[in-house]
Design a protein around this ligand. Structure first.
Ligand code: HEC
Ligand code: HEC
Length: 417
């Protein structure tokens, strides 16, 4: 009996003597990255996320009091036609500031999917088509959209003066008394699609209209000061990159599984995802037509192509009256690429931070699961895909590895309370 045990022990020892080195070599191959690959990994690492860019058109962008007011406005459903819709209705905190619907629902249904707000302070252009050039100008859109808040700037000024006047006046120039003497409860806004509201808006004296716009712009600036604080915390992927940079084999193995590491290698290599999903937010912030077709029940959507004129004409843009920037600060807007042909059907590359936690996907929620997004990319026919999307054929196992990798980009978020 004793010798049988001995034999077994020797056998086990010799098997492990063979297997352990094999496993270690395998692990080292799996985790060994060339210098240029390391540079790519580092470029995607959260430690590489720069401080928030300055926003010259909003001088309150980094004012903590403005952010605190913006936080309250973000969650306040009194700014809506049915008293039920706030920004958080479609951008709930516990779902990465996005919802789980293919198309967003406020008072009515929109024609696009809600975007996450993670890292929104880093973008030059906002919305799927980039029709706004700042977070504060962006925030003013949903309030007056009949399918989102269904509200108006006149009614917003009433809510500000009734419930937030003290905080508002501590941050911004005082609301003029003259403004508060007006009956602002009327449904008036400069919206060409709604002639009745437009008529009422034009009936207001122009000085008063300007004061209303000023209060409205400042609301946007407070909300922007809050939204720009929403950023991701480090994810397992970031811990992996840190381990790679410090040659910490144990750290590499404990932060990502073999399958996830293989997916990462495909992501930055053969699958060419980093042609567009670059930098620590995994987006180049640019617009591409990747060939997702528009759902049949929705009107055609030209994406970026129809947004260029809109951002140039926006009264709340960087060059407008309510901007705090001097024209020379508005470089992006002044030198905007107006080649509309190039941008037909192009949408903003979405961030992939926390992507596994917020299905469905694409600008109109066309695709239900991450695996289906990957299959979509794989199945694009050579003629249908742009040069940026040319990748070697990917097999099912590789798609699973890519999917596993995308799961390592999830992390808690932080934002100003
Ligand atoms: C009815 C749902 C809904 C409401 C309410 C809503 N949003 Fe959105 N949000 C969306 C949708 C849909 C998009 C994408 C729209 C598009 O591209 O046309 C979006 C996009 C955004 C973006 C752009 C992110 C990016 O990366 O470009 C920001 C920022 C944003 N919303 C903030 C807000 C704020 C602030 C409010 C409140 C004033 C708000 N949203 C209210 C649904 C909503
Ligand atoms: C040519 C640029 C480009 C390349 C290359 C690219 N993407 Fe994208 N990606 C986009 C754009 C643009 C969208 C949004 C398209 C839309 O909604 O019409 C998108 C959407 C996505 C989404 C959905 C995210 C969401 O929130 O809706 C995922 C996931 C994704 N891409 C992953 C990948 C992976 C993985 C690869 C590599 C196989 C890849 N992408 C290659 C530009 C690109």
């Amino acid at each position: 009996m004793k010798s049988a045990y001995k034999m077994l022990a020797i056998l086990t020892l010799s098997i492990s003597a063979i297997l352990i080195p094999v496993a270690t070599t395998y692990a080292m191959d799996l985790h060994s990255w060339s210098e240029s690959e390391k540079a790519v990994l580092q470029s995607l690492w959260i430690g590489n996320l720069p401080p928030l860019p300055k926003n010259p058109s909003n001088k309150y962008a980094d004012d903590p009091n403005a952010a605190a007011l913006g936080n309250k406005l973000f969650f306040d459903s009194r700014f809506s036609g049915n008293l039920k819709v706030s920004c958080a209705t479609c951008h709930p905190v516990n779902r990465n500031f996005a919802d789980n619907l293919p198309l967003a629902h406020g008072i009515g249904r929109t024609d696009r999917r809600t975007m996450t707000l993670v890292g929104a302070g880093y973008y030059t252009w906002l919305f799927w088509d980039g029709r706004k050039d700042s977070l504060w100008a962006q925030a003013l859109g949903p309030f007056e959209s009949p399918v989102e808040h269904g509200f108006t700037r006149t009614q917003s000024a009433v809510i500000i003066s009734e419930y937030y006047q003290k905080e508002y006046n501590e941050i911004f120039p005082q609301i003029p008394d003259e403004l508060l003497e007006h009956d602002l409860s009327l449904i008036a806004k400069p919206s060409p699609d709604e002639p009745a509201s437009l008529k009422k808006w034009l009936a207001i004296p122009s000085d008063t209209r300007e004061s209303i716009n000023q209060v409205y712009a400042n609301m946007g600036k407070a909300i922007a000061a809050f939204v720009r604080t929403i950023v991701p915390e480090p994810s397992r992927f970031d811990r992996y990159v840190e381990a790679v940079m410090s040659n910490d084999n144990k750290g590499m193995m404990s932060s990502m599984s073999n399958n996830e590491v293989k997916g990462l290698r495909l992501f930055i290599g053969k699958a060419k995802c980093t042609n567009c999903h670059t930098g620590p937010l995994f987006t180049n912030g640019d617009f591409h037509n990747v060939g997702v077709s528009q759902p049949k029940h929705l009107p055609p959507d030209k994406g970026r192509a129809s947004a260029i004129g809109k951002v140039l004409a926006d009264e709340f843009n960087c060059l407008g009256k309510y901007s705090d920037a001097s024209p020379r600060d508005c470089v992006e807007l002044r030198f905007i690429d107006t080649d509309t042909e190039k941008y037909i059907g192009a949408f903003k590359t979405p961030t992939l931070r926390n992507v596994a936690d917020r299905p469905p996907y694409m600008h109109a929620g066309q695709i239900d699961t991450l695996m289906d997004v990957l299959k979509f990319y794989r199945d694009l026919k050579p003629g249908e895909r742009s040069a940026d999307l040319e990748h070697g054929d990917l097999n099912d196992l590789e798609l699973q590895q890519l999917e596993a990798f995308l799961g390592t980009l999830s992390s808690p978020l932080k934002f100003a309370e």
